[in-house]
Ligand binder design. Structure first.
Ligand code: NAP
Length: 345
């Protein structure tokens, strides 16, 4: 696919929208959403109308749909489901955002969005990689992999880096980035096909199917010398077991908590403060939206790696906005093979 490839699409005359119909109990199910059609949104002064092309599906949407404690307020019931997306500006009342240019940002699960600059994470005129990549490897997934690994993990050559959700959008990039530093990379994923992909494509020296045996046994057998950096996207029993494998002065990056099915009430696991103390661990939380001002620089770095062939990425693209109802459930079932997107052109 050429870097300037933009899928052709016919423009609907109404705005198909995916609304949050009710608060999900745990992982969002299709009945938590409702589909409707509305007139095209009107464009105010200093706004622009975006025709969405690729809708992003992110694990974080579960948290945005629920009303538990989070870093962002919950999506109001009855409003368009909060989502990142990539689209083209088709009408503009803002000189800095001309028609025909592209944005990645807070566009929602819908055909069209009338937005202003505050909703834009990335604005570009000519894609330097396929357009879909701006919602994944050059979107929050790639930014998170790069910034959380380097800022909080601080991997050094010869160190061992353990990654959960290793075959996913974030994890598949962390493996490659850590490997390029000269680290030994260990990936955790849920099936043997994903294990093979981690080894063949995502820079992992060792990949482990965490469902194949008790996780503590697997880590003891496959990572006997311990871990310096744990890039954790799941929490729960995998985190509990990994803390017991950390080397002295190890760094734990808490990037996600995908294995926790509900935060209401908050689950209490085994106590692990002793592991943090004895091993002198640094355990840091990361939220990508604290780093928006660094996107442009990191996009430049990752786009360079993609174009020189040193970074690969996988995408799992479903077609049609109707897919949105099952999209988050599918992600939490581990059915995706790479960055999950919905093409609605
Ligand atoms: N903190 C931030 O700013 C930030 C930004 C972006 C992403 N994230 C986090 O990064 C993680 C990965 O996100 P992504 O977009 O790259 O998604 P992804 O890895 O492409 O897809 C989610 C994956 O989570 C895994 N999973 C689901 N339920 C699980 C469970 N019970 N136990 C263990 N693994 C489970 C599945 O992989 P397996 O089949 O391998 O189990 C699934 O494929 C998520 O936790 C997300 O919230 C955080």
């Amino acid at each position: 696919m050429s870097a300037t490839f933009v899928p052709s699409h016919s423009l609907p005359t109404r705005n198909r929208r995916v609304l949050l119909a009710r608060r999900p109990l745990g992982i969002p199910e299709p009945d938590d959403f409702a589909f409707d059609e509305a007139p095209l949104p009107t464009v105010d002064d200093r706004q622009f109308l975006v025709r969405n092309i690729y809708l992003s599906v992110d694990p974080a949407q579960r948290g945005w749909a629920c009303d538990g404690t989070n870093y962002a307020p919950p999506v109001p019931i009855g409003s368009v489901m909060r989502a990142l997306a990539v689209g083209m500006i088709i009408e503009s009342r803002h000189d800095d955002f001309p028609t025909g240019s592209f944005v990645y940002g807070w566009l929602g699960w819908q055909d069209y969005a009338a937005i202003g600059p505050a909703q834009v994470l990335t604005h570009f005129t000519t894609p330097c990689v396929p357009l879909s990549a701006y919602a994944g490897v050059l979107g929050i997934n790639g930014m998170t992999a790069y910034l959380a690994l380097n800022d909080l993990g601080r991997p050094a050559p010869g160190e061992t880096v353990l990654v959960s959700t290793a075959a996913g959008a974030v994890g598949s990039l962390v493996g490659q980035l850590a490997h390029a530093v000269g680290c030994k990379t260990i990936g955790l994923t849920s099936d043997d096909l994903k294990v093979a992909r981690c080894l063949a494509r995502h820079g992992y020296d060792v990949a482990i199917n965490y469902k194949s045996a008790p996780i503590a046994d697997l880590l003891n057998q496959r990572v006997p010398d311990g871990v310096d950096v744990f890039f954790d996207n799941v929490g729960g029993p995998i985190l509990d077991a990994a803390l017991r494998c950390m080397r002295t002065s190890g760094r734990v990056i808490q990037c996600g908590t995908a294995s926790i099915s509900s935060w209401s009430p908050p689950p209490s696991g085994i106590r692990n403060e002793r592991e943090v103390l004895m091993r002198r661990l640094v355990w840091s939380g990361f939220v990508i939206f604290d780093h928006l001002q660094r996107f442009e620089a990191v996009i430049g770095i990752l786009a360079g790696k993609i174009n020189d062939g040193s970074l690969v990425y996988d995408e799992d693209i479903s077609v049609g906005i109707e897919y949105a109802g099952v999209a988050i459930r599918s992600l939490y079932a581990g059915e995706n093979s790479g960055k999950k997107l919905i093409f609605i052109g």
